[in-house]
Ligand binder design. Structure first.
Ligand SMILES: Nc1ncnc2c1ncn2[C@@H]1O[C@H](COP(=O)(O)OP(=O)(O)OP(=O)(O)O)[C@@H](O)[C@H]1O
Ligand SMILES: [Mg+2]
Length: 512
């Protein structure tokens, strides 16, 4: 029976010091359905998932899985019980091989009880192949990009014969092609009767994949709907607790500004760096928001890293405010007024055990210190300002940042760089994992900042985000600039056709 529940969570309560993360949440998932768990940053989605999967212990409520009451004490117990989780941040053991990660502890044994590696590799390879991924399984997972690592996590779930697979923002680090592969795999799991809980802040994905939607808001259960019952506007309204009319007013389009007459802030001429940056030239003007579009691996982040002094260039010229610069460190770049908010908040951004206050002011400390002493007053002013301005959800500035929800961590990072008052701010995937409400807040912030004269270079895998927020878009493919789109030319179709077009570069620009 297709609509028999495989999972029933009732009245789940979870409190952390100062936070009531779940206030009696109910959640029911049917066999073989793809069920979206929706809510703003900090609504309690990941907490609910972590309680189900034994990462956290609940303070109240009951859980039934596959007709039995369960209370998993550890993630391993949950896995053995038939629930596999693909976490928001990939959770593999990086130095182990793909095979070891897929099979982890269930490797086939040879005669003497040793692991039969030949068989193990074959099994891992087959599982991945069935998902359309053909890779060398003897390599360490750390040798592969996030997308592949994600697939390895899913392969592990498949090989463990899970009855319920939970995916907490699996697509946030995947490009379009990889998302397609993931969706195919999800459909395949579904056809085998496996239920999937899917968390994503990208509404198009929800509507493409899911059968039902459950909405949480501030730790409360708001409701569960069939997908047909809840259009996008209704969904957003439920998530943020506002009326549909108010939601409509939120979704305005940025007015495009031609900034070509303004001073040039940064100019790249024939910049090269390693294999990823082959030949990049462009200018960015004062108060302009310039987008870098391209597929994963097109060199967008690598270009950003050269400008931000993280990577040195091999060849070419970099000019900033009219003078040539040669940066050898991010520190130098920051001193000049170039800041970057990197895409990988977990490894390159946040300091998990530091407080929100410390994380926000980490970069601007020299500016608020005298004789090596930090002015606590100034620090608090800055922290309060940004917590308010960006709507960062935290019980106090002293909360460790690792305890904030993913989206709120991202806002803290952004605040850190804004607090430096840079001339040029590079945003690499600034709204990844950020909910619709916060996303539109960040978008209007970008708009405001550019009006105040800040120049922004924005990288996003979501083309509609680029179109909505930039004045001009440069398209990259394989480390080469292959096109530029101005004003009304900035459409999804045009970006795609510039990326897809293998022809002569000049010709492409001519066409558009
Ligand atoms: N270990 C923890 N200690 C303290 N507070 C926590 C902890 N984990 C989560 N929280 C708090 O619980 C609330 C719910 O967080 P949760 O991570 O479940 O949100 P989420 O819905 O997954 O958000 P996002 O979309 O940003 O991932 C937040 O206010 C968060 O700060
Ligand atoms: Mg989360």
């Amino acid at each position: 029976m297709a609509d028999k529940p495989i999972l029933k969570m009732d009245g789940i309560i979870k409190t952390f010091p100062g936070v009531r993360a779940l206030k009696g949440v109910s959640f029911e998932v049917r066999k073989g359905e793809i069920h979206a768990l929706m809510g703003e940053n900090g609504a309690g989605k990941s907490t609910l998932i972590k309680i189900l999967t034994g990462v956290y212990q609940k303070n109240g409520g009951t859980i039934y899985f596959d007709d039995n009451e369960v209370d998993f004490k550890t993630p391993i117990e949950a896995q053995q019980g038939g629930i596999s989780t693909i976490y928001q941040e990939v959770s593999l053991i990086p130095y182990l091989t793909v095979t070891e990660n897929v099979l982890l502890g269930r490797e086939p044994k040879a005669k003497w009880g040793n692991i039969d590696w030949k068989k193990a590799h074959e099994e891992a390879k087959e599982t991945l192949k069935s998902m359309g991924i053909d890779i060398d399984v003897k390599k360490a997972v750390s040798d592969y990009n996030t997308a592949i690592q994600q697939m390895v996590s899913i392969a592990r779930a498949v090989s463990m014969k899970a009855k319920l697979v939970i995916m907490d923002e699996p697509t946030s680090s995947l490009d379009d092609n990889e998302v397609e592969v993931l969706f195919r795999v999800m459909r395949q799991l579904q056809s085998e009767g496996i239920a999937i809980v899917f968390v994503s802040h990208r509404l198009d994905e929800i509507y493409q994949m899911c059968d039902r939607i459950t909405v949480l808001r501030d730790g409360d259960f708001i409701g569960t709907w069939d997908i047909e019952e809840l259009n996008q506007q209704k969904l957003i309204a439920q998530m943020i607790g506002k009326s549909e009319t108010e939601v409509k007013a939120l979704s305005g389009m940025k007015q495009v500004n031609d900034k070509s007459n303004e001073d040039v802030v940064i100019k790249l001429e024939g910049v090269r760096r390693g294999k990823k940056v082959q030949d990049i030239s462009f200018t960015l003007h004062r108060g302009e928001v310039l987008g870098l579009a391209g597929l994963l691996g097109s060199g967008r982040s690598e270009v950003a890293k050269v400008i931000a002094g993280i990577d040195g260039k091999d060849e070419g010229k970099l000019e900033f405010n009219g003078g040539e610069i040669n940066l050898s460190s991010p520190k130098q770049a920051i001193q000049k007024g170039i800041a970057i908010c990197t895409e990988n908040r977990k490894t390159e951004g946040i300091v998990p055990n530091m407080s929100v206050r410390e994380n926000i002011t980490l970069a601007c400390l020299p500016q608020i210190s005298k004789f090596g002493f930090v002015s606590r007053k100034k620090q608090n002013e800055i922290v309060d300002l940004y917590i308010k301005k960006m709507g960062i959800k935290t019980p106090s500035p002293e909360q460790k940042i690792k305890n904030l929800s993913g989206g709120n961590q991202q806002k803290v990072l952004l605040a850190r760089w804004l607090a430096l008052h840079p001339t040029l701010l590079i945003l690499d995937e600034p709204t990844r994992g950020i909910d619709v409400g916060a996303k539109s807040e960040i978008h209007s912030l970008i708009d405001q900042l550019s009006k105040d004269g800040l120049s922004l270079l924005m990288i996003s895998s979501e083309f509609d985000e680029l179109i909505q927020n930039t004045d001009r878009i440069i398209v990259l493919r394989d480390g080469v600039r292959v096109g530029e789109l101005n004003g009304d030319e900035r459409t999804q179709d045009n970006i795609m056709s510039v990326i897809a077009n293998e022809g002569d570069n000049d010709e492409i620009e001519g066409v558009l």
